[in-house]
Write a protein that binds this ligand. Structure first.
Ligand code: F6P
Length: 380
């Protein structure tokens, strides 16, 4: 019999975080279970910093379904198995997970819900090996968590990107320009590809297909021949030219931790090259954090609610150390061990290694086939 559970939200925020929190708390309350929320993800667990979550009127988890962000915060770069600490004026990385395990025991938490992407679920798996009951919920706008067809937050990001493409369409058409939209997604091209289809773009450049800029230019020139003197190009931030490198704008998290590159700038590069090759004017828009903020779509509200309620249901059944997933359209769960894949070593995880087990766009995916069938150029 479980009596008390806790939630933590980790990694970059998405629309839908609060909807998941609300669904867990509601399902918990309906079963007389107390629910805590750790503040700022794993950092809150480390510092034992939490609030009691309640959905009764005027309580902290009431009225949050459409609210963007996370009412309990979220932290990036908080890998407690490889945590940066200052020692004798130097930064060293330490495994502080034991402190977290002690906090969980002290607070008598029967199950910890970890809302996050691949790094978060890797830590969740590592906690399960330390004897903690965990249940993961797959979050990220990048849609790159292994073993699930969709993560919460992704649909909202695609929807924001699609609206941006619609808006670029009219200004591009008016001024006979090539309009480039750079979208997020890190090492996966899901947002770029799906929004390109939804927005009727002409070219989509994704990390999974290193691009030949001449091919994209050819597509634009073909359109010109047909009397279409504007074009829309969607570029994923992680796209790179054939034989080229990822375009990095900066470091993030002050260069601390693994995977601390801030991607960005490939859209501007593509714009310059296309101008040269086509003789047309090109303009680049970087969509950025608009994709993560604000109200979730109805799809994400429902998906997040399904995920949250399912997570609590699994806890009630005593089915721990799993991730809630959607597989073939059905709500389900898979062992965290499968999600982690080859990345079984406890500690650091980088998002761009074969071990990280990211779910990237496969060339067999319906989105790729559909894009090709309707003539969206994928830079190859
Ligand atoms: O993983 C989500 C994401 O928004 C990526 O698409 C993007 O590359 C990254 O986070 C940005 O990270 P930060 O919030 O650290 O700038």
């Amino acid at each position: 019999m479980i009596k008390k559970v806790a939630i933590l939200a980790n990694g970059g925020d998405v629309s839908g975080f609060n909807a998941v929190i609300r669904a867990i708390v509601k399902t918990a309350q309906n079963n007389n279970i107390e629910c805590l929320g750790f503040i700022d993800g794993y950092r809150g667990l480390l510092n034992n910093d939490y609030v009691v979550l309640e959905t009764s009127s005027n309580c902290n988890a009431s009225g949050i379904l459409p609210k963007g962000g996370s009412i309990i915060g979220s932290s990036t770069n908080a890998n407690v198995f490889n945590y940066p600490v200052e020692e004798n004026g130097e930064r060293v990385y330490k495994d502080l997970s034991e402190i977290c395990v002690e906090n969980i025991k002290k607070d008598k938490i029967d199950c910890l819900f970890t809302l996050g992407g691949d790094g978060t679920q890797k830590s969740a798996r590592d906690f399960s090996l330390r004897g903690v009951n965990v249940i993961g919920v797959p979050k990220t706008i990048d849609n790159d968590v292994a073993c699930t067809d969709i993560t919460f937050g992704y649909n909202t990001a695609v929807s924001v990107a699609t609206e941006a493409i619609d808006r670029l369409h009219t200004t591009g058409e008016t001024h006979h320009r090539i309009m480039i939209l750079e979208v997020m997604g890190r090492y996966a091209g899901w947002i770029a590809l799906e929004s390109a289809i939804a927005g009727g773009a002409d070219v989509a450049l994704i990390p999974e297909i290193p691009y030949d800029i001449e091919k994209a230019a050819q597509k634009i020139m073909e359109r010109r021949k047909q009397g279409k003197d504007f074009s829309i190009v969607v570029v994923a931030e992680g796209a790179k030219a054939k034989g080229g490198e990822l375009v990095v704008k900066d470091t993030r998290n002050n260069g601390i931790g693994v995977d601390n590159t801030k991607l960005g700038g490939v859209g501007e590069q593509v714009a310059k090259q296309l101008e040269k090759l086509t003789g047309l004017e090109a303009r680049c828009t970087v969509l950025g954090y608009m994709q993560r903020g604000g109200i979730p779509t109805s799809f994400d509200r429902v998906l997040s609610t399904k995920y949250g309620a399912k997570a609590m249901e699994l806890a009630l059944e005593g089915k721990f150390n799993v991730l809630t997933v959607i597989k073939d359209g059905k709500l389900n769960s898979v062992p965290l061990e499968e999600v982690v894949g080859n990345n079984t070593k406890i500690g650091a995880v980088s998002g761009n290694t074969p071990e990280s087990n990211l779910r990237k766009v496969s060339m067999e995916d319906d989105l790729v086939k559909t894009a090709r069938n309707i003539g969206i150029n994928l830079g190859d």
